[in-house]
Design a protein around this ligand. Structure first.
Ligand code: 13P
Ligand code: SF4
Length: 304
């Protein structure tokens, strides 16, 4: 069944000049059909480099929207319009405007996990890969950082000469990872290195060997002499890690599942390739304003 769907996906994407971009948290069978697989920063950058007319984005809303904002002339299609990251709804434009009014001398850095409206109000965006470098690049010593308080607190650890004003947003998937889950695996595999995502709680960052974006983990695992890793992020990153490093062991947190990412299925990808729907549509003026902080972010590059 899947073989037939995959055959049709491959045929259709050739026929209608489409590239399939896939985030590292996607279901394994979606990872297997990727033209490009990566993290938020990597996919945003590669979306600007493709010559394809259509981008089928297997990820969540803010990722597909960022690809559209950066490529307004392309069709950006998300196979399930309900694949939405809950974090992006945790700050509303009026709340950010109030914060800005209260702190007129602060610059606004927003995580890419935001709506286009929040991006449009920001001086610059960042991802989990370049958050520290983006904040360092700002001239102001006061930064409003929205919406992920865990990522903000992680950035604050390595930047002592700026004050970060944090917002109480979180990622439900990362925030519910518990330190004991990692420590239990460590007890069974004492040689394993602990790699965690900066969306995790601070007490998890405390016990980690490295705090990295998802592509940061992929790059680290490839280069490292270590043979075993405990992966503190969405569990299906381990599928990519194992595929690219078959001689190494990766221990996943079984409960760390992003239900929004899992909404994308092979059948929905095939339907999107047939209909070129559902397309991401955003107001043109909004896209112009949101593009500026995204483009600024891309000049900073990766930090891990
Ligand atoms: P990455 O950019 O590190 O892949 O993170 C995206 C994300 O949504 C993490 O939950
Ligand atoms: Fe959003 Fe968390 Fe899912 Fe990432 S893992 S897309 S931050 S809900």
């Amino acid at each position: 069944m899947n073989n037939k769907i995959i055959e049709n996906i491959n045929k259709l994407k050739e026929q209608n000049n489409t590239v399939i971009l896939v985030h590292n948290y996607q279901n394994p069978e979606i990872q297997d059909i990727a033209d490009i697989i990566g993290d938020s920063l990597d996919l945003a950058m590669k979306a600007t480099k493709t010559n394809a007319k259509n981008i089928v984005f297997c990820g969540v809303d803010f990722m597909a929207e960022s690809a559209k904002i950066l490529n307004p002339d392309k069709n950006v299609i998300i196979p399930d319009i309900d694949a939405k990251c809950p974090m992006i709804q945790m700050i509303k434009p009026y709340q950010l405007k109030l914060l800005m009014k209260k702190n007129p001398d602060a610059e606004v850095v927003s995580y890419i996990n935001t709506t286009a409206e929040i991006k449009a109000l920001s001086d610059i965006c960042c991802t989990s890969s370049n958050g520290v470098n983006v904040v360092k690049s700002r001239s102001s010593d006061k930064i409003i950082f929205v919406p992920d308080r865990n990522l903000g607190a992680y950035i604050q650890r390595s930047i002592l000469d700026k004050e970060l004003i944090l917002w109480p947003g979180i990622c439900p998937t990362h925030h519910k990872i518990h330190k004991d889950q990692l420590l239990k695996i460590k007890e069974l595999h004492p040689q394993a290195e602990i790699l965690v995502h900066p969306e995790c709680r601070p007490d998890i960052i405390d016990i980690a060997d490295y705090t990295l974006s998802t592509n940061g983990m992929v790059n680290h695992a490839k280069k490292s002499d270590k043979k075993e890793f405990i992966i503190g992020t969405e569990k299906d990153l381990c599928y990519r890690l194992k595929r690219e490093n078959p001689e190494k062991e990766f221990y996943e947190i079984k409960t760390a599942i992003c239900p929004n990412m899992k909404k994308i299925t092979l059948e929905k990808v095939l339907n999107s390739l047939k209909s070129l729907e559902p397309k991401i549509t955003l107001d043109e003026d909004l896209m112009k304003r949101a593009k500026i902080p995204l483009q600024k972010m891309m000049t900073i590059g990766r930090g891990d």
